[in-house]
Design a protein around this ligand. Sequence first.
Ligand code: BDR
Ligand code: CA
Length: 312
Amino acid sequence: MSRRKIIIDTDPGQDDAVAILLALASPELDVLGVTAVAGNVPLPLTERNARIVCELAERPDVKVFAGCDAPLERALVTAEHVHGKTGLDGPQLPDPVMPLEAQHAVDFIIETVRAEPNDAVTLCPLGPLTNIATAFQRAPDIIEKVAEIVLMGGAYFQVGNITPAAEFNIYVDPKAADIVFKSGIDIVVMGLDVTHKALTTRPRVEAFRNLGTEPGRMVAEWTDFFERFDKEKYGSAGAPLHDPCVIAYLLKPELFTGRHINVEIETQSELTMGMTVADWWGVTDRAPNAMFIGDIDADGFFALLTERIARL
Ligand code: BDR
Ligand code: CA
């Protein structure tokens, strides 16, 4: 089997953690590296959390890099109110022992994409797009070499979660998102429209716990923790499990449907900063630049996730 080469760019975050576990549990994927960015919590915590998750998957061989500690043009906004002080609040977790790579995440991304053949590397951003945009700014030659970007970010019908108009990952670094959406690379967008359909209902969480393994228990306990916030906010049966949708799409794209449309990022207005202006109805003649996902087979998604977490 030829394994798909990916770089996971991430700001763990409990849902990022589940996405990393899903990738490491999946033989179809070759995780070339995990690059941390500031987002849900500051960089020293996101890189630390990424290493904790690799160790939980018993994969201390995975290379973890620290990247940008602040957005391109704005001050960092974090989300401890959702993810807790550490970003991975919930279960007790041991300190990571595996080392952080010395190289900067942006240099790793540039070097890796350059070294691989064209269309060999898929980028999987699960947080603000600062590392990815910085790599494109510093090394524009890599843009045409990237196979695809499958990212979690944005929203159209669900509009926003951190402001009334914007989703967190895009809001934190709208300038970076603008650079990425204008790059010309094929982009698949997992926004709130789809992730709000991937809800951690009780039976789904219990299925993780009932695996009887350490990773299964961690996924259940992380979910228990961040659920409290979203259930109260949305009055829903569970919380959206955002970031694993990106990895699930790589494994089973047939679980998802969407439209190939134009998506632009608002970078000027303070009121709607970071809004993903998605031409879902095709009312402009702006050229399509993204596959904007709108729907998911949620049962199929959780079945895949549970089956894969069981392998760890
Ligand atoms: C996104 O923001 C973060 O809080 C989550 O990890 C996810 O990537 C959802 O808006
Ligand atoms: Ca994230």
